[in-house]
Design a protein around this ligand. Structure first.
Ligand SMILES: [Zn+2]
Length: 355
């Protein structure tokens, strides 16, 4: 009887103990859940969306703590999944700007990461003739002349006009052959003499390098057939000849004026043997613009590889007054391109050959 009672008691105790333990376990579970800082509600209260919360919950507890302890991060998934996204945000770029930046060349992206916020970056980039190496100069020139259009700044800087004439002078790259650039920023050395100079006879006694001279003769033949006279009156000039010529002009005009119509020694295209001044029957070049020969030249020079080098309206780029008589040999392909686009040779070389 007693034995039976004792056994009953034992079973009850075990059951009681089991229930008690279960309650503790469940209690701990709920307490833990209650105290869990990484609950969906905690993140949704901060303003995160479902997909963002799913993403956050997949991060380490350390990361979650960092997220919980600050304001809501816009586009949080991008911060964690896109390289440099956070850096660009910190610099000041908007989400949509970053999307555009991420499409750019790696070099530009790296450049932008190292700079304070550049509000004009997309204005520069949308222009055709943007040269990445010039970007700091564009920016500086734009700040100096805020009224200029972005295109104008680009054109100026690409052709070195952010430097005063005859400053920042570099050597002309004669390895470019027919496309060598000689202007107020690029100079030939004192001893540079082109090889293979020949006369343009019978269309003048002046000399040019063979390829240019032969093209010029063909051009003059064609003009003659069409009934026009074209003659070469000044072709290759040595450094010394140019030096003397420029200094002679200095005797009658102040330098600021002479510089608009005559090149300083080393800076004349005539020293390349690729330039020629032409006239019609009238040897006075100043009247050439009025002649029918000039009209013919305007339409035909490029077919023989020549360009009108110092055009009207481009004085600011070329650095010279309009010279209807001065032609430069660059070869048919580039001459035609420049004829069609209206681009100056200075711009063409800067955009295509120097960067
Ligand atoms: Zn000339």
């Amino acid at each position: 009887m007693v034995k039976k009672k004792k056994r009953k008691l034992k079973i009850r105790n075990i059951i009681m103990m089991f229930i008690f333990l279960s309650l503790i376990i469940v209690g701990i579970f709920y307490l833990k859940e209650y105290l869990n800082p990484y609950k969906i509600e905690n993140f949704s209260e901060m303003g995160y969306q479902t997909d963002e919360i799913t993403f956050i919950l997949s991060l380490s507890d350390e990361e979650k703590d960092i997220i919980l302890n600050q304001e809501k991060i816009e586009n949080i998934i991008k911060h964690y999944t896109i390289e440099n996204y956070t850096e660009f945000i910190q610099i000041g770029y908007s989400d949509s700007e970053i999307t555009q930046i991420l499409d750019l060349d790696q070099t530009i992206q790296e450049y932008l990461l190292a700079q304070p916020y550049m509000k004009d970056i997309f204005n520069w980039l949308r222009i055709d003739n943007f040269i990445f190496n010039n970007i700091d100069r564009y920016q500086a020139y734009q700040e100096k002349y805020p009224k200029l259009l972005f295109e104008e700044v680009l054109e100026k800087v690409n052709t070195n006009r952010d430097f005063p004439y005859y400053s920042n002078i570099q050597s002309s790259d004669t390895s470019l052959g027919n496309l060598v650039l000689v202007n107020k920023y690029y100079a030939l050395s004192e001893d540079y003499t082109p090889s293979d100079l020949i006369s343009v006879s019978p269309y003048g006694s002046v000399k040019m390098v063979r390829e240019a001279a032969e093209a010029f003769i063909e051009l003059c033949d064609h003009a003659k057939e069409d009934g026009y006279t074209i003659k070469g009156i000044s072709g290759y000039r040595s450094y010394q000849t140019q030096y003397n010529l420029y200094n002679r002009y200095l005797q009658k005009d102040p330098q600021s004026i002479v510089d608009t119509y005559s090149a300083r020694a080393g800076h004349s295209e005539h020293q390349t043997g690729l330039a020629i001044d032409v006239s019609s029957n009238n040897p006075d070049i100043l009247t050439f613009e009025m002649s029918s020969s000039f009209k013919w030249m305007k339409d035909h020079a490029h077919l023989y590889g020549f360009i009108l080098r110092f055009e009207k309206g481009k004085e600011d780029i070329t650095g010279y007054k309009y010279e209807p008589w001065h032609y430069r040999y660059v070869g048919k392909e580039i001459a035609t391109l420049l004829y069609q686009t209206g681009l100056t040779f200075d711009e063409y070389v800067a955009i295509n050959l120097m960067n």
